[in-house]
Design a protein. Structure first.
Length: 617
């Protein structure tokens, strides 16, 4: 329908012109591409395709879903192409199927084996369990053999209410980590305390789990294809548009073909015990209930995992943990100081280390583990001296929400919640908020603000990122630190090399001083110079050397700036001396480190030294 006004003299006539829609296209033919054993006849009969009948996007989506859910293909793609004109004059289409078979599975168009049917039911059961109202409980228990010890682990997943991971060893009470309506919490056994941090009401934690099947690279074209299952897991934070969404979400993306491969790859031993399918491979035995696909148990040498659905398990276990842990150590008026005191305590380190050891996940919150140990110890000492009060005020203000000071923040593009990857959404939210803060506190032309804008636009795939990148490269306010940060973060190798070359041109004390000014402004805007100086002044010589080795491979790397800060008579005087400490650091070793990092970004990538482990073609 076309609608337009036609003017004649002093009057106007509304003209409405209608024309018939073109005839619906019909399906003329089906074509199959790719190294597939699937015939056109199998597709026509298996998908219910009607040649000569009308075809729309609805049929296309149904075919794609049926191929994916069959578990017979590593990948499948269906497109519609225009067919040559025929005598009836009706528009015609050809359905083209690009298929990559999973050769170990039964061919498409034939019934799956009994074992394959159980694997497809297992995937459906897992998805339904995570989508239901009951809690999914995974219980990992060591064998009850005297003298073996071991740690028992429980994982409770509630669809929108939260997640709880608990661990208990020997006669100790359970310790755990939880995400729920009260926020994010850590719980210690034996009344040693807990730390519960509220989450923003307009956001929620998300867990993403994906399982897919892929081909391993072949050294020779004549080699038989080898397949591997690929497990991906991640944790993110995303916007929540309504309270009904809950504080927690799970995204499960398990390919049916990956489940089918469980009874084919690595030569598994398959057997039936009544209605239970037993799959044994590489020292692991899994038992599945045949009629439902439920995973009954997963056993290895010395331990067993069992899955069950139990209503209200999250709330009851969380109440037990909270009662056993004792008082909450989190203080809303001193969130930084209380967090430092809690996470640097020996009891916390031991408990979180137990959870990490039992689950195979190293905990970065235990001290003095890893590179963060010396800094955590310095934070603890600074907190005991009351030097973190400014940081407490800053974080408490963020947790309370933005203040209405009459000055509107810059209008920043902000993606609405969507079904995209939760980690990407979290990155976009964090980048846009950093843009707001850095532009306000450091100035719009400063390099931290420019990089935050560039990151936000890049994550949102906004073409304005190219204009922002050009302005960054030509700005007189960018020095070696700015170019190194940009070269490290840009994912495009050619752009990274260009940025690194610009950085090499500005390896001067004056350019470094230019780089430091916006950082000093940021510290001043939030009264963070004093706590930073106080923390650094508490570092012992041994801790300073350990940090120097981890950061630059040089135990004396931090000696020069710390000497300036230690020479100050007080923490306040040390805060005022931070610019002098930075200048001393630049001359004593930081310049060499920055130059070396820039040179690494420029180093040519050859077949002997490929980029990101990928061969040069």
């Amino acid at each position: 329908v076309a609608v337009r006004p036609a003017a004649e003299g002093g009057t106007a006539t509304l003209v409405v012109t209608g024309s018939d829609l073109p005839a619906r296209p019909v399906l003329r033919d089906v074509a199959v591409a790719g190294p597939t054993r699937t015939s056109v006849d199998a597709l026509v009969s298996g998908l219910g395709i009607r040649l000569g009948g009308p075809v729309t996007e609805r049929e296309l989506v149904a075919w794609r879903r049926a191929l994916h859910d069959s578990g017979r293909f590593v990948s499948s793609r269906v497109t519609l192409e225009e067919a040559p004109a025929q005598a009836d004059g009706l528009p015609g289409l050809v359905a083209r199927f690009d298929l990559d078979d999973y050769p170990a599975a039964t061919p498409f168009g034939t019934p799956p084996s009994r074992e394959e049917e159980v694997m497809l039911r297992f995937r459906a059961w897992l998805a339904a369990s995570l989508a239901g109202e009951a809690d999914l409980v995974a219980t990992w228990r060591p064998d009850d053999t005297p003298g073996t010890g071991g740690t028992a682990v429980d994982l409770v997943l509630a669809r929108s209410r939260g997640l709880l991971l608990t661990a208990a060893a020997g006669g100790d009470g359970p310790c755990g980590i939880a995400v729920g309506r009260e926020g994010l919490g850590w719980f210690l056994p034996g009344g040693a305390g807990r730390y519960e941090m509220p989450l923003p009401r307009d956001g929620r934690m998300t867990v993403q789990v994906g399982l897919s099947l892929g081909r391993k690279p072949q050294t020779k074209e004549t080699d038989a294809p080898v397949f591997e299952r690929r497990l991906a897991a991640g944790v993110g934070f995303e916007s929540r548009s309504r309270e009904a969404d809950g504080p927690f979400g799970i995204r499960l993306d398990v390919d049916p073909v990956a489940c089918v491969s469980l009874v084919h790859e690595h030569s598994p031993a398959l057997s039936w015990e009544g209605e239970e399918l037993v799959v044994a491979v590489d020292g692991v035995t899994a038992r599945f209930d045949g009629p439902t696909g439920r995973l009954v148990a997963l056993s290895t040498a010395g331990s067993t995992l069992r899955l069950a659905s139990t209503a209200g398990r999250l709330e009851s276990d969380l109440a037990t943990l909270r009662a056993g842990a004792g008082p909450d150590r989190a203080e809303t008026s001193a969130p930084v100081s209380s967090a430092v005191a809690f996470f640097t305590a020996p009891d916390t380190a031991a408990a979180l280390g137990r959870v990490g050891q039992a689950t195979g996940i190293a905990s970065p919150l235990t001290a003095p583990l890893g590179h963060g140990g010396p800094l955590l110890e310095a934070l603890r000492r600074a907190g005991e001296r009351g030097a973190l009060e400014a940081a407490d005020r800053l974080v408490a203000g963020w947790m309370a929400g933005p203040a209405d000071d009459g000055e509107p923040l810059p209008a920043i593009p902000h993606d609405k919640p969507s079904a995209t990857d939760g980690l990407m959404l979290a990155g976009r939210i964090a980048a846009s908020q950093a843009w707001r803060i850095l532009e306000r506190d450091c100035g719009r032309t400063s390099w931290p603000a420019a990089l935050s804008r560039l990151a936000t636009l890049g994550l949102a795939q906004d073409p304005a990122a190219l204009e922002e990148l050009s302005a960054f490269m030509t700005s007189p306010d960018t020095g070696p630190l700015a170019f190194l940060a940009a070269a490290t973060g840009v994912p495009m190798p050619l752009v990274s090399v260009t940025l690194a070359r610009r950085g090499e041109e500005r390896l001067t004390a004056e350019a470094f001083r230019t780089d430091c000014r916006p950082l000093e402004a940021l510290l001043a805007a939030h009264d963070l110079a004093l706590p930073l100086a106080a923390v650094l002044r508490t570092l012992t010589d041994a801790e300073c050397e350990a940090l120097g080795r981890s950061l630059a491979g040089d135990p004396a790397f931090l000696a020069a700036p710390l000497a300036v800060l230690r020479a100050a008579p007080s923490d306040a005087a040390a805060a005022a001396a931070l610019p002098d400490a930075l200048d001393a650091w630049w001359e004593a070793g930081l310049r060499r480190l920055v130059a070396a990092r820039l040179a690494e970004s420029i180093a040519p990538r050859t077949a002997g030294a490929p980029a990101d482990g990928q061969p040069v073609r």
